[in-house]
Design a binder for this molecule. Structure first.
Ligand code: SF4
Length: 462
């Protein structure tokens, strides 16, 4: 089935403005120090006493990188001091020691994710050390989705073997762009050969799902050069492709100042590249899941969208709805049904808390009933591309039209533009609406106007 008749660039232009990605609701800027380590500990104790506690999802943040990619927006640290990496891994294990005794042994781990930074900057022995330390302390489900972010530069087969031995079966590999001029401008030269080595090793070992990450809007990128990159990616035939918008925020990420405005494609060219990307990938048989994600129709992500079991968390789209996410490492964010808790973003403060035998929670948030209603509505819209008013009414005991009277007024604009359909019980994304799904979801956000008025905190929506 063809997903789009055509991509209307005027829609992209009109709605290209800052907005949240809704990997959480409320969004991270609302977290506060009123929710700290004691509140987090109590929440862990309480939720693990409940007989219907959901399965577990574990996230580990490995911040270290060998070199700095100039486009980077992650929480990361460049180091060549291997002792720092070893030391950090010990802290991750200590943090596990603090949490594990509080977590019910009856709960299975259905999802595991290592992000960074560069998790594969760990040596194979270090990967096994932390990986097996974790595996020994939890009950991993047989069908666990265990994914790791891979940087092919410096990667060896031994790294992949160590990941496989630690239970990993999915990988996300950073490519960004195959064009040498673009790679040089962003300080990330990565040959096609080493990228292919990583993919071949993963396939040889039996990794189930391979995702490639690309970025559009990078310096010296043109629609034509990016099309060459996409041709190569389609030949590789990954299960999933993520195409992220380069967020140029030099006031937040100082290293991005090396990238000057003259090096960047114009906003018009960037949108043409996005249009070409969506048309090309969908023509090649990929399903546009939403936001930045494409998947083969047989991939779990596309299947979960069809089955309405897709979900969003801090790792983006997820197939395991409702799991509690326990996150380890500096800056990592845990999310349970009722709370969010984020660790310190600075290494010394993270170490200090863990040394004291406490959780390293710096900020957090406890959800209100209104947050639950809005979060559910936003998540269903972004994942299912439609919402059923009666389903939300029954779940939360509200009258949808009354509760969301303000939002419904804001949605009119999208209905008039043919981007949304409102028919009786259903509110459904239509036509090119999927391209600007963040803007549509923003209508249900109770905090947005106040936050946007205060300071620029979100990247652009397109
Ligand atoms: S490897 Fe990843 S985390 Fe490290 S600098 Fe490059 S983009 Fe950022």
């Amino acid at each position: 089935m063809k997903q789009f008749k055509e991509i209307d660039i005027n829609v992209l232009k009109k709605y290209d403005k800052p907005g949240p990605r809704y990997t959480s609701y409320p969004t991270a800027p609302l977290f506060s120090s009123e929710f700290g380590p004691d509140e987090f500990r109590n929440e862990i104790i309480n939720t693990n006493q409940q007989s219907d506690a959901p399965d577990l999802s574990l996230y580990f943040h490995f911040p270290f990188c060998d070199t700095l990619c100039f486009f980077c927006g992650c929480t990361m640290l460049v180091t060549h001091d291997r002792k720092r990496i070893t030391e950090y891994n010990e802290y991750i294990k200590k943090e596990l020691d603090i949490a594990v005794p509080l977590i019910s042994k009856n709960r299975k781990v259905t999802q595991l994710h290592w992000g960074g930074g560069t998790p594969t900057y760990l040596s194979p022995d270090e990967i096994r050390d932390v990986g097996l330390y974790t595996k020994d302390r939890f009950d991993f489900a047989d069908d666990i989705e265990a994914s790791v972010e891979i940087d092919p530069r410096g990667l060896t087969f031994d790294h992949m073997q160590a990941l496989w031995d630690s239970g990993f079966n999915r990988m996300s590999l950073g490519v960004q762009d195959f064009e040498l001029k673009v790679q040089e401008a962003v300080n990330r030269v990565q040959s096609e050969e080493i990228t292919m080595d990583a993919i071949n090793w993963a396939r040889q070992l039996g990794f189930k799902s391979i995702n490639l990450d690309l970025i559009y809007g990078l310096p010296y990128q043109t629609t034509k050069t990016f099309e060459h990159t996409l041709d190569k990616v389609i030949d590789i035939s990954p299960d999933r492709i993520a195409v992220f918008n380069y967020a140029h925020v030099p006031w937040l990420k100082k290293h991005q100042r090396v990238i000057t405005q003259e090096m960047l494609p114009t906003p018009e060219n960037k949108l043409l590249t996005l249009k070409m990307t969506i048309e090309k990938l969908t023509a090649a048989g990929y399903w546009y899941v939403g936001m930045d994600h494409f998947a083969k129709p047989t991939d779990e992500l596309a299947v979960a969208q069809r089955n309405k079991t897709l979900y969003r968390n801090f790792q983006g789209y997820s197939t395991k709805a409702g799991d509690d996410v326990y996150a380890f490492g500096m800056s990592a964010i845990s999310q349970f049904r009722n709370i969010y808790a984020q660790n310190y973003k600075s290494l010394p403060e993270y170490f200090e808390r863990i040394n004291a035998g406490e959780f390293a929670t710096k900020v957090g948030y406890r959800m209100t009933e209104d947050d639950h209603i809005r979060k559910y509505t936003i998540m269903r819209l972004m994942c299912d591309l439609e919402i059923s008013k009666s389903e939300i009414e029954n779940k939360f005991n509200i009258n949808f039209d009354t509760y969301f009277a303000d939002a419904l007024v804001k949605l009119e604009e999208f209905v008039e533009g043919g981007l949304l359909e409102m028919n009786g019980d259903k509110i459904k994304i239509a036509g090119n609406g999927i391209l600007i799904i963040r803007n549509i979801a923003m209508c249900f956000d109770a905090y947005l106007e106040k936050m946007m008025a205060e300071k620029p905190i979100f990247s652009r929506t397109v």
